[in-house]
Design a protein around this ligand. Structure first.
Ligand SMILES: [Zn+2]
Length: 216
């Protein structure tokens, strides 16, 4: 290879790597919409975002939290988690991720099929996971992680999160969500059965709403 050709090749490689770097920067900018401390994946359909903002706007205590909503292949419709490494940086620097399932072959409930009211219930539930994490020290958050390892522990966490959702005034929406999952969705019977073991059933939600009204 002549020196001139070699020079041309190196220049070409350099230019294409600069362009690739610029592309990835542009993609990064475009991937998330920022709303205060909230970062939302741009592919999170605008209709979802509107529904998401219904409970989010009500929960002023969460507006200071750094929350990212992102699409991922997961085994449930949505999941809220602390960003693991940020847990080590102290409470002020904690970050959270709300994952949205993007796997088409998923046998559970797809967000796109869920009616708006039910979706609001699910979003309120996910935000209550973050309220729960926020109320805990790092050891308490780790404890939640351990609870997720057993079905009994999972049930405790999810029932507690459902009761936070009811206490926050989103019980009716949560009822729509639970009812949709068990009775209206196209999810497999196995999935529905599993959900009924872990989460509050529609009847249980209604009972708890009534009880909370009596207490007032
Ligand atoms: Zn949950």
């Amino acid at each position: 290879m002549k020196l001139k050709d070699l020079f041309g090749l190196v220049t070409g490689v350099l230019i294409s790597s600069v362009i690739t770097a610029q592309d990835s920067v542009n993609q990064k900018i475009k991937r998330y919409n920022k709303i205060g401390n909230l970062k939302v994946d741009t592919s999170f359909n605008s209709a979802y975002l509107e529904d998401f903002m219904v409970p989010y706007q009500e929960f002023a205590d969460l507006h200071n939290c750094k929350i990212k909503v992102r699409n991922k292949n997961i085994k449930t419709t949505m999941a809220a988690r602390p960003h693991f490494f940020s847990l080590l940086l102290g409470k002020k620097n904690r970050r959270y991720v709300i994952l949205v399932n993007k796997k088409e072959s998923f046998k559970g409930v797809h967000l796109k099929d869920v009616p708006s009211e039910a979706r609001i219930g699910l979003f309120a539930h996910e935000l209550m996971h973050i309220r729960d994490y926020e109320s805990r020290k790092v050891t308490g958050v780790m404890e939640r992680g351990l609870q997720y390892l057993s079905q009994k522990g999972k049930r405790q966490v999810e029932h507690y999160t459902d009761s936070l959702t009811i206490a926050a005034g989103f019980g009716q929406y949560l009822y729509h969500w639970a009812n949709y999952v068990l009775h209206d969705s196209d999810a497999s019977d196995d999935y529905k059965h599993y959900k009924s073991q872990i989460y509050m059933t529609p009847v249980r939600i209604l009972t708890q709403i009534e009880e909370s009204l009596l207490e007032q």
